[in-house]
Design a protein around this ligand. Sequence first.
Ligand code: ADP
Ligand code: ASP
Ligand code: MG
Length: 419
Amino acid sequence: MTRLVLKFGGTSMADLERIRRVARIVAAEARSGKAVAVVVSAMAGKTNELVAWTDGAGRPGPGIDLTDDEYDTVVASGEQVTAGLLALTLRNMGLKARSWLGWQIPILTDDAHGRARIEDVPGDRLGAAIDAGEIAVVPGFQGVTRDGRLTTLGRGGSDTSAVAVAAALGCRCDIYTDVDGVYTTDPRIEQKARRLDRISYEEMLEMASLGAKVLQTRSVELAMAKRVPVRVLSSFVEPDASGKLPAEAGTLICDEEEIVEKRIVSGVAMSRDEARITLLGLADRVDGPADVFTRLAEANVNVDMIVQSQSRTEGTVNLTFTTGRRDAQRAAELMRAGQAEIGFSEIRVDEDVAKVSVVGVGMRSHAGVAQTMFRALADKGIKFQAISTSEIKISVLIDAAYAELAVRALHSAYGLETV
Ligand code: ADP
Ligand code: ASP
Ligand code: MG
C-alpha cells in the first residue's frame, strides 16, 4: 500500500468547521487506498496564546534561552487538542483513526527545550498501524527526550515533524497550508508573486532560512538530507461528489536535476527578525574581531552579516554585525560587559532593520545578478547597510521601513511576475 504523510497548519485547523474540511481531505486520500499519517498544528493563534501564558507565569524573558522544560509542557498542548479533535472527526465519518502523541511514537529529540532537534523516529509501529488501515494523527511540534521529558521543535516546527514522520515511513510528505504552493515571494507582500511548480531543496532551504515562513528551515534541511519529496499545497479544497480530490498542482520541492526549466533567480525573501549591532571606535588590533566573535560564539549567539569600516579616529575601526533579533540584547550585554577588554568607545543597537534576499541556483553560472539588485535598490533610493552572499543568494540589510518596497522592486527587476 502506498504510504503518505499529510500536514495541516494552524489556519487549516483553526476551528471545528475547518477541521471537518481537513478530515474530508484525509478521508479522500485514505479511501483512495493509501496508508495515511496526518501531522497537525495547533489552532491558529493558540501557540502564541500559550507562549504568552508562560511569559506571564514567569518564564525568563524573550532574550534568554528557552531552557525551561515547563515551557514545552505548556506550549505543546495546542497540538494535542487538534490531534484528538481530528481523530474524533475521522471516526465520526466512519473511518478508523487514532492519535499518536510525540512520546507514543516516539519522536526522540535532544533536550534543547523550546528548539529541540529530532534525533530519531522509529517508524515500525506507526507504519504497521497505517498499513493495517488505521489513520494515524500525530500532533506536530512536539517530541520527547530519551529520559521522557516533553520537548518542542521551535516555532513552525510542525513542518519538521511531518518531514521526520515521512522519512521514518519512507514516503512523500504533502504540506497543506493557506497558500497553494511556494511563490516567487510572499504573496501577502507582492500580489504579482507567481507560484513555482518546482523548487530545488537548496533554493527552498535558502528561502526558508532567509524568512519565507511557508516552511520551517529545519524541515527543508531534513527533507534534503533524507531525500523526502515534499509538496506544498492549499488546504482550501474539497473532494468532488465521488470523493476525489482535485488534481492539485502546488509546488514540488525536489532535486535540482528534476527541474527542467532553469531560472537565474527563483525568489525574493524578507526577514524582519534581524538586529544590527555596531561597535564604534574599536581598537584596530589584529585580534579585535576574533575577540568579539569568540565571546558571541561562546554564548551561542549566531552572527550573520559582518562589515568593518574605517572610523574617523585614528587607530580605530567600526565593526558592524547582525544577529537574530531575539539575541540582540543579550549580544549587546555581552559586549558591554567586555567593553574594557575588547576596547571600543560606543555600542549601537538597531532593531529597525530588515534583510532582503534574492535566491537562485542560476547565480552559480550567471554574472550580473548583484548588479541588477543594486540598480533596483538605487532606483528606489534604498540604501543598504550590510551585504552577505553565498553561492546561490545575495542578502542586503536595509532600513525596515523600506522592506516591502525593496521586495517588490527586486521581484520586478528579476522579471519574476512572468516566471
Ligand atoms: P501554516 O500555518 O500552514 O504552517 P504559515 O503561516 O507558517 O502556514 O506559512 C504560510 C505563509 O507563508 C503564507 O500565508 C505566506 O504569507 C507566507 N509566505 C512567505 N513567503 C512565502 C512564499 N515564498 N511562498 C508562499 N508563502 C509564503
Ligand atoms: N503551533 C506551532 C507554532 O505556531 C508549530 C507549528 O504550527 O508549526 O509555532
Ligand atoms: Mg508554518
